[in-house]
Structure formats: C-alpha cells, structure tokens
Design a protein around this ligand. Structure first.
Ligand code: MEV
Length: 423
C-alpha cells in the first residue's frame, strides 16, 4: 500500500522525490522514466495522436502528497503550470489526513449520447413509439460494441425527451450507456450514429446531431472530508471558511472563482492521466448550473464536533482505456503512480484532489490571502525570466519576497546586485 504521508518534499530535488516515490509505491524506477522529457511523448508518437504535429509541449508534473482516498494512501501526479497548486493540495490533504482523508462514492461509469430528431409531426406520440421499441433500440445500440457488452457494460436504456427550441419541438433521444473503464465518448458516439436512422424512422422525422452530452450527470463522484478545526488554525478559521463558502453558494461571480479553485486540482490530475480536461471542465460547470443558477460545486458545514466538513459532487468522465491515456507514456506512468486499476478509482482520486484544492484555497482566502504563498513560488519564475541561473534563482526570489516586490524590474535589480556581490 502506498505511504502517502510525506513531509519535506519541497526541500528535495526531483531525483530525490522520484527515489522516495519508488520507495513509497513499490514502483520500479523504470516506470518513471517516461517523466523525463527525452523519454516521454516523442514527436512520432504525438503525430499519431493529433493532426499537423510540429512538436510536444512540456507541462510540469508535481506530486500531491498526504492523500488518502477511501482508506488507501495515494500519491497523485498533477500536471499544471500554476505555482502553489500542488503544495496547496498536499497541505489540505495533510489537514484531513488525521481524520481519515477523503471518503467517496460514485454512480458508476454511465454516459449519455443525444440524438436530435427534427421535423416530427407528432412529438408526443413519437416519444411513445420510441419507448414501445425500447428493447429493440437497446439491442441495436449494443450490436455496435460487443466487447463493451462482454465486459459488463453497454447500452442500459433509451430515454426520449421533447425539447422546445426556437426551431420547433425536437425529439431528443438519450442513449444511456455503461462505458466501464473508458471515458466513453467513442462508444456512445458510435452507438448514436448507428441507431439514429432507426430512431428517426420510428419518430417519423430526420436525425441531425448525434453526440454525447458532456453534462455527465449519471457519472457522478462524491467526495467528503473532515478538516479538524485545530488542523485549520482553530474555530475562527472554520467560521471564516463557512462564510467564504456561503458567499460562493450565493453569488455566481464568486462561485466561478471558487469552482476554478476546485478545477485547479481536478484538471491537473485529468491532464496528468491523459484524460480530456475540456470534457470534465464543461461537465462540472454545467452541473454547477443545473438548478438554473450557477453556484458552488462544494458545500462546507460545521459538524457536531465543530470541525469543517466539506463535500463535493461532480461529473467525472475519465477513462483508463482508449483516448490518450494508453498512447501517451507520460500518462501511463502517472496512472501507475496513482495505482488506479479502474476508471472509477481514478475518478474518485481526482474528485478528492479537487476537494483538497478547494479547501486549501478557501482557507488561504479566508485568512492571510493567497498572494504570500503564491508570490514565493511566482518569484522563482520571475527570477528565471530575468536571467537568474542555478542558485541565483532561490536567492533572487528570496530577496524580492523579502522586499515585497515581485516584478521583472525588481528581479533584474536583485540579480545585478547579487552578481556584483559575488564578483
Ligand atoms: C486561483 O487559481 C484559484 C483561487 O482563485 C480559487 C478561489 O478563489 O477559491 C484561489
């Protein structure tokens, strides 16, 4: 079992962190070679993934520590360009660690495709005719992917809806599909394209769009964590965090930023594992609006012990098979580090990291603000941009933070002074 509690990682070199990772997870050092740019995704491999390939872009991969999901420790690779994100997720996971970490549940891997049928004379009757042929339509959809059916998945149901649009009433038929360990876009899109003619014939109309919905509200994951008041800094911090969360629930302007904080965690793990960040992003934001008003995806409460209890429920359409996860060696290495044997486990880990990220951001905002922590890391980036090299980076960054000015001109000045001191 992975030993995820790990302090002092910020003082290690990347090579030392990898050694620690191997010790803690039992992975082979060779499993991690794909994380070296030279051994990762090659241009030739990339050329098979998308069109007109001219290169490969690197994104830093950092390791979130201290995470326990459903009783099992997990070290989580996060691909992100944003400073503070990895440290913040690890800090929040540490606050929750003593109280058991993150507890999750899920609906299972159910995706839906939509078939839009237009020019239907009798939409209500068409809906009934489609339901009368439900079993035949499910069987037709399942003919498309016998392997999925053999694995225990496949089309589960057919659900016609009437959507009143500016272009008339459309009969919109949903195929409800258990996609098992895939993200599922290919499976459900193929089923929709294959069954659409029959559906249109039954409806007495013309099939137009045939595509999955990213509002994956049948593929939900819920995560919950208790953050002891002491770990957060005391009861007053809990109260301030509750006020911050209430603000996000009430105000869409704040909710958008609050949810962005959640997505900082979610998207970083989705990207690291080769999954579709846009599918998850659009699903989460659409899910945040299902009441008709955009609101926060997470909920903060004070439990009977006076501790903070946070819950998060999000659509999480991620897979382990198909897509870039299998064809990108970096994604494969990251999945191996997480140790996810099913898409469901991966989805639960991702959701837990989203919750951790959210708790960390809200705590920072409700107390000292985010700039102090953010600036320490940001200062290093600014120092590098100003030309600092080797140990100059840390020194120039420290000088800028100490004087409270993290800017390119301040970095250039600090670098010039440092170099003259050392000359
Ligand atoms: C910054 O990337 C994310 C935050 O804005 C999230 C939030 O406001 O809750 C700090």
């Amino acid at each position: 079992m992975t030993q995820s509690r790990w302090s002092g990682t910020k003082d290690l070199t990347p090579a030392q962190r990898r050694e620690g990772l191997v010790e803690r997870t039992g992975l082979d050092a060779a499993d991690l070679t794909a994380l070296d740019p030279a051994d990762g995704l090659s241009v030739d491999a990339a050329d098979v993934l998308i069109e007109n390939v001219i290169g490969v872009m690197g994104v830093p991969v950092g390791l979130a520590t201290n995470v326990i999901v459903d009783g099992e420790g997990v070290l989580v690779p996060m691909a992100t360009e944003e400073p503070s994100v990895v440290a913040a997720a690890s800090n929040a996971a540490r606050w929750a660690h003593g109280a058991g970490g993150f507890h999750t549940s899920s609906t299972g891997p159910v995706m839906q495709a939509q078939i839009q049928v237009v020019d239907v004379a009798d939409p209500q009757a068409a809906k009934s005719r489609i339901l009368e042929r439900r079993d035949e339509l499910i069987a037709a959809a399942n003919e498309v992917d016998p392997i999925l059916v053999k694995l225990g998945g496949g089309c589960l149901d057919i659900e016609p809806r009437l959507v009143d649009t500016a272009a008339g009433v459309h009969v919109v038929v949903h195929l409800v599909v258990d996609v098992r360990d895939a993200m599922g876009a290919n499976a459900v899109n193929s089923m929709a394209e294959r069954t659409s003619d029959l559906i249109a014939e039954i409806a007495g109309g013309t099939a137009r769009l045939r595509i999955l919905t990213n509002l994956a509200d049948r593929r939900l994951v819920r995560a919950r964590a208790v953050f002891p008041a002491d770990a957060l800094g005391g009861p007053e911090v809990v109260d301030r965090m509750l006020e911050a969360a209430a603000f996000a629930e009430a105000d869409p302007y704040r909710a958008a930023t609050h949810n962005k904080g959640i997505m900082n965690g979610i998207s970083a793990v989705v990207l690291a594992t080769g999954n579709d960040t846009r599918a998850v992003e659009s699903g989460c934001h659409a899910y945040a609006s299902t009441t008709g008003r955009y609101t926060s995806l997470s909920h903060f409460e004070k439990n009977a012990d006076g501790d903070l209890e946070v819950t998060l429920e999000v659509p999480m359409p991620v897979g382990l098979v198909g897509g870039a996860t299998r064809s990108n060696p970096v994604a494969q290495a990251n999945v191996k580090i997480i140790g996810a044997e099913s898409a469901d486990r991966l989805a639960r880990v991702i959701t837990a990291v989203g919750l951790a990220q959210n708790a960390a951001a809200v705590r920072a905002l409700a107390t000292e603000g985010i700039q102090r922590g953010h600036m320490t890391l940001h200062a290093r980036t600014v120092a590098v941009a100003a030309g600092a090299q080797g140990d100059e980076v840390t020194e120039v960054a420290a000088r800028m933070v100490a004087q409270g000015t993290v800017r390119s001109d301040a970095a250039e000045e600090a670098l010039a002074i440092l170099r003259s001191e050392r000359a």
